[in-house]
Design a protein around this ligand. Structure first.
Ligand code: URA
Length: 193
């Protein structure tokens, strides 16, 4: 009950202050910077990645390395930019050597993201890659088969697409992602129709 009441009174200032010094898991010990999130705090569309990489850890901002450059291009393809969307990650601190965040690290961290989602209140959520999709859509999510499909997540339209890092490693997946992005663009247009 108290927890619910706290959520009702949540604010960005409060969330930033509480999250800023987080030491809920071991990743807090090795980070240079906590990577909170960036973008339009009233966005209709939110993008959720997995966790910060090296560049993000150094800068304290999500998707600023090579994968981030590709994410910017993907946004451009559908007439979006970072000022129009909100971007955050499942875990806020860099996992060593960019390994996948462990289940207990995700569990310790995801409450911050839940509060970010509640504050942004997006109409559409796009999960970048398998790890984010498994955390929010379903634990057995298969990115190869289910990317580009719409799901309901907490009453919001949600889709997962290939992570930009996967597209850097395997450019043959780019045409499928282009189709997914166009599906997303149509849904965004429907919001304003
Ligand atoms: N990969 C992610 O999932 N998030 C980032 O912020 C950067 C790379």
């Amino acid at each position: 009950m108290d927890f619910f009441k706290e959520e009702q009174n949540d604010s960005w200032e409060r969330l930033r202050a509480e999250c800023g010094g987080c030491m809920r898991c071991e990743l807090g010990k090795t980070r240079h910077n906590l990577v909170f999130g960036v973008g339009n705090e009233q966005a209709d569309v939110m993008f959720i990645g997995e966790g910060p990489g090296e560049q993000e850890d150094l800068k304290g901002e999500p998707f600023v390395g090579p994968a981030g450059k590709l994410l910017d291009t993907m946004l451009e393809l559908i007439d979006l930019d970072r000022t129009q969307v909100y971007i955050a990650n499942i875990v806020k601190c860099r996992p060593p050597r960019n390994r996948d965040p462990l289940p207990d690290e995700q569990a310790a961290c995801v409450g911050w993201l839940d509060r970010q989602i509640a504050l942004v209140d997006p109409k559409i959520i796009v999960f970048l890659g398998r790890i984010a999709a498994m955390a929010f859509i379903k634990s057995d999510f298969r990115i190869t088969r289910e990317h580009g499909q719409w799901f309901d997540v907490q009453g919001r339209k949600a889709m997962a697409i290939y992570h930009p890092s996967a597209l850097l490693r395997d450019p043959s997946k780019r045409p499928e992602t282009f189709v997914d992005l166009k599906t997303l663009q149509r849904e965004i247009k429907n919001l304003y129709a």
